[in-house]
Every structure is written in structure tokens, then in C-alpha cells.
Design a binder for this molecule. Structure first.
Ligand SMILES: [Zn+2]
Ligand SMILES: [Zn+2]
Ligand SMILES: [Zn+2]
Length: 102
């Protein structure tokens, strides 16, 4: 009978593309998003801060329709990744609650 297997730690996934990250011995790296993540607190930094930022705005037509609701809908963001990223654009769109009429 074999010994029971231990649980295995899994690397965290990238906060932008949710893909697997690699540990480079120092921090976690997402090659697709050109991001590194601190091994302790997982905060992200661009691998190359000198590269231009993608800046692509959200192109969700569903968001655009809902953004015109007064005081509600979506607050759409622009992609903050390095322009060379090969992952899907990351737009941190935040839902804005529609106020309930009094
Ligand atoms: Zn990623
Ligand atoms: Zn959006
Ligand atoms: Zn982008």
C-alpha cells in the first residue's frame, strides 16, 4: 500500500486573465499579461514599466447600454496592462448600483 499523497500547493492564478502564473524564484509571473505578482501579498506590477500601457477601453456594448442609466450601470475602465500583452484585455468594469427611487 502506498503512502497517502500530501496536498499540493497550487500557484495563484493571474488576476487579469485568470491563467496560471509561473514562479520565477522571486515572484509570480504572468507572461501573457506581462505582469509580476509579489510572492507575499500578490500585488501586481508590470514586468516592464517603460513599456506603453495598452489603455484599450471597454468595448462591451452591454455595458455601454447600461452605462446610460442615470446614477447606475457600469463604470467602465481601460486596460492597464502593458501594450504587448497577449491575454484578453482587462477592463475592471465596476457595477454601479442603480439608486432605488424613494
Ligand atoms: Zn494574466
Ligand atoms: Zn465595461
Ligand atoms: Zn489591453
Amino acid at each position: 500500500m502506498s503512502a497517502l499523497p500530501s496536498a499540493e500547493w497550487q500557484n495563484p492564478s493571474c488576476g487579469a486573465c485568470h491563467g496560471d502564473v509561473e514562479h520565477d524564484g522571486d515572484s509570480f509571473v504572468c507572461a501573457d499579461c506581462k505582469l509580476t505578482f509579489d510572492s507575499h501579498d500578490l500585488t501586481a506590477e508590470r514586468i516592464d514599466e517603460d513599456e506603453p500601457v495598452c489603455g484599450r477601453p471597454c468595448d462591451s456594448s452591454w455595458h455601454a447600454v447600461h452605462a446610460i442609466v442615470p446614477g447606475g450601470g457600469f463604470q467602465c475602465g481601460a486596460c492597464p496592462l502593458t501594450a504587448a500583452h497577449t491575454s484578453p484585455h482587462y477592463t475592471s468594469c465596476l457595477p454601479v448600483p442603480v439608486p432605488i427611487p424613494a
